[in-house]
Design a protein around this ligand. Sequence first.
Ligand code: NAG
Ligand code: NAG
Ligand code: NAG
Ligand code: NAG
Ligand code: NAG
Ligand code: NAG
Ligand code: NAG
Ligand code: NAG
Ligand code: NAG
Ligand code: NAG
Length: 418
Amino acid sequence: MFLIVFPILVLLGASLQPANGQVFNPIQYGAKGDGISDDTAAVRAALAAAASNNGGEVLFDAPFAFLTGCFNVTSNVILNVKGTILASQDSSNYVQIEPLPWYGGGQDAQLSGNLEWQPVVRSYKASNITITGGGTIDGQGAPWWTCLHRGNDSEHLVGAPCNGISRPNLIMLVYTTDVTIYDITLKDSPSWTTHLAYCTNVHISHVTVLAPWDSPNTDGFDIDCCVNVLLENSFYSGGDDAIAVQSGMDYFGRTFGRTTENVIIRNMTIERSHGLSIGSEMSAGIRNVTFENISVNGSDAGVKIKSQRGRGAFVQNVTYTNIRLYNVKVAIYLTHNYHQNLPPRNATATPQFSDFNINGIYSNGAEYGWFLDGLPESYIGHVSFADITLENTSQLFEYCRYIYGSCVDVKPSCPPCL
Ligand SMILES: *[C@@H]1O[C@H](CO)[C@@H](O)[C@H](O)[C@H]1NC(C)=O
Ligand SMILES: *[C@@H]1O[C@H](CO)[C@@H](O)[C@H](O)[C@H]1NC(C)=O
Ligand SMILES: *[C@@H]1O[C@H](CO)[C@@H](O)[C@H](O)[C@H]1NC(C)=O
Ligand SMILES: *[C@@H]1O[C@H](CO)[C@@H](O)[C@H](O)[C@H]1NC(C)=O
Ligand SMILES: *[C@@H]1O[C@H](CO)[C@@H](O)[C@H](O)[C@H]1NC(C)=O
Ligand SMILES: *[C@@H]1O[C@H](CO)[C@@H](O)[C@H](O)[C@H]1NC(C)=O
Ligand SMILES: *[C@@H]1O[C@H](CO)[C@@H](O)[C@H](O)[C@H]1NC(C)=O
Ligand SMILES: *[C@@H]1O[C@H](CO)[C@@H](O)[C@H](O)[C@H]1NC(C)=O
Ligand SMILES: *[C@@H]1O[C@H](CO)[C@@H](O)[C@H](O)[C@H]1NC(C)=O
Ligand SMILES: *[C@@H]1O[C@H](CO)[C@@H](O)[C@H](O)[C@H]1NC(C)=O
């Protein structure tokens, strides 16, 4: 893990060193950078030139704003965003892509085989990619949020720009190794903001993610079927999970079989959010995850590990430590019954949770202190709760069942079912 950290610290301290010193500027490929003209072709041309050079710096300079559809980032590219990238709101500037095999369908219509609009920034089978520059990538997500909700449940995604296809992520890096994302603001994503899918050796630092609190599925950081991830020193305020550690859904995730492991998330500041989450998609297993030194203010949940019958696989060896929670709905939420009103799709696969170390939690003003809900056929096992203080909680326990472990130094009192 830390092998990846040291080169990055060097990179942070030094000036950027692109391959062959080459800089590719969309302005030189005909971009206007006025935030109004469609710069899609010029932006793609600059990235294509970097690709044929086997990498280099693609410079989105200040004070320009580049209005563009989706594009691909290839190996050895530094995306240096000093100005602004404005994501097009016209789906004709996007390409339809196949959904990830471990979900079985597009994100807004999982299991139906629905296609997805290509993420605004995407890599596929690449290595050594950096996204930085101090500027902003603005997903301009509002019309995508509206078309998701238009119509009733059976006809969501109706109308432009969705046009029946799942919304794009803002950044999605797929099968990519050696990734650095630092010093950048990511705003108003149409859907998930940063989706790391089957990535290895990732360092994210000093990233600010912003979206309205009621924007649908604007997760901050989705760490999905990845190994060796360090996410730190970043800020999130948005409409869904600030952080979600995942590994695929049900049969598709189990068949693909890529476990997420060795993840550290630390020194984060979270405002509006649905939580510091693991799951509910975890069907290839998740292990060895640490959340450390995180403050959350005004969120649905704090600590949140979620799964349901049908997912199968495991979540094990997870630590949450030194977490401060203010005004969250549920402080500590562990459940095997997420979406409990839906019947399990492949009912025989039972998820297993074990070896959770939850210590050093301070909460003030939670609506519920604890929500602990295992399954009679699969207890949440070997949980250690220590040094936990819950102040001004409206109701201390919501559920407390099918869980075992230890509990010490908890105020006002340990969960009664332990
Ligand atoms: C991005 O790459 C994928 C292949 O991985 C390709 O299908 C798609 O058309 C490319 N998108 C653009 C905008 O060139
Ligand atoms: C990574 O990409 C940068 C930018 O093109 C380049 O300077 C560097 O040499 C690359 N690193 C490796 C290990 O290839
Ligand atoms: C929902 O959409 C379906 C299919 O278009 C339609 O048959 C049904 O009447 C709609 N229901 C409501 C409550 O609008
Ligand atoms: C924590 O992150 C903030 C940025 O959000 C940064 O200013 C601060 O230096 C970080 N603290 C440590 C100990 O790295
Ligand atoms: C259920 O599992 C079977 C194989 O065991 C698979 O063929 C099928 O696609 C799965 N269905 C769903 C909805 O996951
Ligand atoms: C767990 O993850 C940490 C941090 O990524 C890593 O240093 C450690 O080696 C991992 N442990 C195992 C057993 O893989
Ligand atoms: C469990 O997590 C701790 C803390 O991250 C780590 O040091 C250890 O290596 C992990 N062990 C396994 C078996 O993953
Ligand atoms: C976490 O915060 C404590 C102070 O609250 C500090 O001593 C410790 O170094 C921090 N750890 C990390 C990994 O940032
Ligand atoms: C939490 O947010 C509220 C509303 O923005 C603010 O008034 C309060 O001071 C914050 N609390 C902490 C501990 O940051
Ligand atoms: C929380 O409770 C403490 C007493 O335990 C009280 O002093 C404090 O004012 C309360 N804070 C809030 C935000 O209600």
